[in-house]
Write a protein that binds this ligand. Sequence first.
Ligand code: SF4
Length: 235
Amino acid sequence: MKQERIDQAEEYSKALQGKSVEKRLLLAYKKYGKKLGMTTGLGYSGMVLMHHIYKLGLDMDLYFIDTGFHFKETLDLLEEVKDRWKLNIVNLENDMDLKEYISKTLGNTPWKHNPNLCCHYCKISPLIKILSKKDAWISAIRRDQTYDRSSIDYVELDGRGTLRIYPMADWDKKKTWKYIKENDIPYNPLHDKGYMSIGCEPCTAPTSAMEDERDGRWKSSPKFDCGIHMHKPVK
Ligand code: SF4
């Protein structure tokens, strides 16, 4: 069964090659309808993908994982998008018990003591609760973001066996910003201050022009991903 799903994902990925983002989204929506979901951290690529969803009028659920550690600018942008595009963005929050447990076990600065556990409690655990609600998940990740993402296909089965669709896999930073400027897309003002990938405030720093855009995440630690995008295909 697993091999069958991998083969289906590869075949589906080939069908999305050479298509526009609009066409990829429409094909995904035609196939999965309301069983198609998206998680977003409101990064600039995500804003472009959400603008496409808005333009196409796709009735689907989007999820923002509210860790409780986001920048004010990110939370302001969330409200602006909800108001402007009327998208159904669900705030996924951790339950209070877990927050109390984190604070008791890892202290008030959990990202310093054990960032993996902190991400697990604040991001992965709420995510896992909703993954099974949908048959496929779209994401705005791109091949040019990091070496780790440089070989992603348009459709993959991730390490959890979740079907992932990446309609912007072949877009690059320049093309993405061009779209933002030409279409007057709102974006996080922190991008203009050198923050190219924006996550929780304690774990996000600006990057220089020489760095990958995700190099500002967990800058002083070997950690490079929170575990949401387990984009390595299951083999
Ligand atoms: S990014 Fe940092 S603050 Fe946010 S959940 Fe992960 S370790 Fe905790």
